[in-house]
Design a protein around this ligand. Structure first.
Ligand code: IPE
Ligand code: IPE
Ligand code: MG
Length: 232
């Protein structure tokens, strides 16, 4: 792959865990557990191919609508993931970040998140940004409220990033697994010009070769940003 054209920031909607489990007559939570294994593989692969930022959608503000069994399992799984992956993050120079609201998240989970953010803050090879309790609309509204409470009267498009959860470059590539053609309230501000690749693979079946395929597809796209390439 052309190293210098590898997207700097890839965003992934990790969808299809429930269907993966259902196909095997297992509870949805088994699919989430398997999905967390996929995430580990993808994160390690990204450190090797030169991706600088990886944002993954792990829990949306709408996912609270699910059964309490599933929500509790997702909270617990996330906490275990953070505890277990700390070693990998340090060994592979991965900085950990969260994009999301702190509302309704337990104090113990917030503590795990905060300490991992602090401990990995000097790491530089890859930034793993987990969108957890994340909603694109909520991010924008939270940002507007920060602006109002700071008394600022006017901001530019460039300054808006500073009021979002994390001020990192926009993703060049968005991948959604599970075959659905929608955004589901992910990165509404940041995705203005992202290239979108939909994979039919369910997230637990998504492999590093599928990520490479999506990057190849991205590299073949003609990114015009509203302009024209060949002036007649
Ligand atoms: C994505 O998988 C993970 C979360 C939303 C937490 P789903 O749980 O949405 O799986 P499907 O879409 O029902 O198969
Ligand atoms: C999007 O998937 C959220 C995550 C992957 C965390 P959903 O399964 O919640 O989205 P919809 O319901 O298909 O739009
Ligand atoms: Mg889904």
């Amino acid at each position: 792959m052309e190293q210098n054209r590898i997207p700097k920031h890839i965003a992934i909607i990790m969808d299809g865990n429930g269907r993966w489990a259902k196909k095997r007559f297992m509870p949805r939570t088994v699919g989430h557990k398997e999905g967390s294994e996929t995430l580990k593989k993808i994160v390690t692969h990204c450190t090797k191919i030169g991706v600088k930022f990886l944002t993954v959608y792990a829990f949306s503000t709408e996912n609270w609508k699910r059964s309490s069994t599933e929500v509790d399992a997702l909270m617990l799984l996330f906490k275990l993931y953070l505890e277990k992956e700390k070693k990998t993050f340090m060994e592979n120079d991965i900085r950990f970040m969260i994009s999301g609201s702190r509302e309704n998240i337990s104090a113990t989970l917030l503590k795990s998140m905060d300490s991992l953010i602090e401990e990995t803050k000097e790491n530089k090879t890859l930034t793993l940004n987990i969108a957890f309790n994340y909603g694109g609309r909520k991010e924008i509204v939270d940002g507007i409220n920060k602006i109002i409470s700071s008394g600022i009267k006017y901001i530019t498009e460039e300054e808006m990033g500073g009021f979002l959860y994390n001020d990192i470059p926009d993703p060049e590539l968005l991948i959604r697994t599970g075959g659905e053609f929608r955004i589901s309230n992910f990165l509404l501000w940041q995705m203005a010009y992202s290239e979108i690749c939909i994979s039919d693979k369910l997230w637990p079946d998504f492999g590093v070769e599928d990520l490479d395929l999506a990057i190849e597809e991205y590299l073949s796209r003609d990114r015009r940003y509203g302009g024209v390439k060949d002036v007649e």
